[in-house]
Design a protein around this ligand. Structure first.
Ligand code: GLN
Length: 543
């Protein structure tokens, strides 16, 4: 089959040997590289688990739940995709086995299979292929990168791999290639890099009928030509298609590594396209150079419930870094478990920090610690940024300690509290389906001029992404405003409070939405940029 430049080329990214090799970052970086060459790119994540989406999974299981503009709760890898490439992710960019089976079973109940025995092959695999095809039917892309979660050899991912095999068979190898990300471990005692796990992993792939076209080898030591030749021989992959990705100190450098290894040239050659012009210079000067040589360094405390997990606040940590890039400043993040603040003096933990951020969250564990952190920030004039639950904590604290509403709280903890300053809106009360009562996805917010928020956005109207059930209770608005809280952002009809700030403070902002989902290293979010700016001012003791 001749290569047709008008149809999307599918690049499947599978994983071998172990998980956590950075398949998401590798896929996003490849996307970045191809975009820099002028191609239109999107990226899909296929997750083999049976949850329909990760919205109901706890952060210990899954890390952060990333919310797309159209309100889908998705895998955190979609966050990497949006931070690296310019395409906007939607619900269609994350497929789970649960979503596929749900769709197949719904069709079966409707009788759509006309009496057939419904099976993994062909019904489930057809459904997967249908999802993969639909993404390029709606919008034309030159490349659809498709990352398969998990590791080759997992039982769960078999239907996805079988679907890829069929897909490649149907479209032709020149339209659908497999890029296998693998590990070449370094054995210290032998002082050697070992290729055997990669050989086994590729063998496993071949067993299911997939011969990889490119190997991306994660290593902690440089991969010599001899080793590349050995991998090439045993894995049946041309030597120049054996690519090394050494460990790096910053994920934003990965596109540069792939560029140096010539991955863009190899991919475009394999799919029969001309490698376009363009390069990563912009990314290098606007992102990497700033990360490499920051003029300043500050410390930001992130007070949360899952601070021991790397991935629970992924987008928050990244957005803080972006704020640092905008201010020529490196950020040290001090992760504080909010539970430890409940019975301790916040002074001991927070006295050295330049800014305090409270991220989103659910439930009551550690909530009082977060409220204490908000109080500390307000009283000591430490820049404060409250995101979602972090805004709600700031409101509770202000109600209790400034407006003297003793025991004020969120109805999430106690629906019968005397001052429910954060509550459930009437129309949400009737919804019983767990996911159903959430306000999810992008909403318009009007920003009041003359406020800290307006100075950040320079806009009267913005759009930000939400994921929460509870809202600011308008009943207490006037009282709080009289005591010095400004409502600086509201929904278009004025009914929902979206941003609050304090007047008598260098920088104290809370927002009901999640700005971290829209921050990129080369386009830092304005609120994160200004929060870091305020923290840096404090550090430099500038007025
Ligand atoms: N638990 C709060 C709510 O549901 C905040 C949610 C969040 O921070 N994402 O409103």
């Amino acid at each position: 089959m001749a290569s047709d430049p008008k149809i999307s080329k599918y690049l499947f990214v599978t994983g071998g040997v172990v998980s956590s090799l950075g398949k998401g970052v590798a896929s996003a970086s490849l996307g970045k590289l191809l975009e820099a060459r002028g191609f239109r790119v999107t990226i899909i994540k296929c997750d083999p688990y049976l949850n329909v989406d990760p919205g109901t999974m706890n952060p210990y299981q899954h890390g952060e739940v990333y919310v797309t503009q159209d309100g889908a709760e998705t895998d955190l890898d979609l966050g990497h995709y949006e931070r690296f490439i310019s395409s906007t992710m939607t619900a269609a960019n994350n497929i789970t086995a649960g979503k596929i089976y749900h769709s197949v079973i719904t069709k079966e109940r409707r009788g759509e299979y006309l009496g057939a025995t419904v099976q993994v092959i062909p019904h489930v695999t057809d459904e997967i292929k249908g999802f993969l095809r639909r993404i390029s039917a709606e919008k034309t892309y030159d490349f659809v990168i498709c990352e398969i979660g998990g590791t080759v050899g997992d039982i769960e991912s078999l239907p996805f791999l079988e679907a890829i095999r069929q897909f490649r068979q149907e479209l032709g190898r020149e339209n659908a290639i497999d890029i296998h990300l693998t590990l070449i471990p370094y054995i210290r005692t032998a002082d050697e890099l070992k290729t055997k796990p990669t050989q086994h992993s590729v063998g496993k792939l071949r067993e299911i009928g997939i011969q990889p076209d490119i190997l991306l080898c994660r290593t902690e030591k440089p991969l010599s030509l001899d080793l590349r030749k050995k991998i090439s021989l045993f894995c049946n992959v041309a030597v120049e298609q054996v690519i090394a990705i050494p460990d790096v100190d910053d994920i934003y450098k990965v596109p540069l590594i792939l560029e140096k290894e010539g991955l863009d040239r190899i991919v475009t050659r394999l799919v029969g396209l001309k490698c376009g012009g363009g390069n990563l210079n912009d990314w290098k000067t606007r992102v990497i150079d700033k990360i490499e040589a920051p003029a300043h360094r500050i410390q930001i405390a992130v007070v949360g419930k899952y601070t021991e997990l790397q991935d629970a606040y992924k987008s928050i940590y990244e957005a803080l870094k972006h704020g640092g890039i905008a201010n020529n400043c490196a950020i040290d993040i001090l992760k504080i478990d909010s539970g430890t603040l409940v019975d301790n003096n916040p002074n001991e933990l927070l006295s050295g920090v330049d800014g305090i951020l409270i991220p989103g969250g659910f439930g009551d564990r550690g909530l009082e610690g977060k409220i204490k952190a908000a109080q500390y920030a307000r009283e000591n004039k430490v820049p404060y940024f409250g995101v979602c639950l972090g805004m709600q904590c700031a409101v509770i604290e202000f109600a209790r300690n400034v407006c003297k509403m003793t025991g004020a709280n969120t109805a999430e903890i106690n629906p019968k509290v005397a001052f429910p300053v954060i509550h459930l809106m009437e129309d949400q009360k009737k919804v019983t389906d767990k996911g159903g009562s959430m306000r999810l996805g992008s909403y318009i917010c009007k920003v009041k001029s003359g406020t800290v928020a307006h100075r950040a956005y320079h806009k009267n109207e913005i759009q930000e992404r939400h994921r929460h059930r509870y809202e600011y209770n308008n009943k207490y608005k006037v009282k709080m405003e009289q005591h010095g809280m400004t409502i600086s952002g509201v929904s278009p009809n004025g009914r929902l409070v979206e941003i609050i700030e304090l007047q008598d403070h260098p920088w104290f902002v809370g927002c009901q939405f999640h700005p971290e989902f829209q921050s990129k290293p080369d386009h830092p979010h304005p609120l994160f940029r200004d929060f870091i700016k305020a923290a840096l001012k404090k550090r430099l003791k500038l007025k």
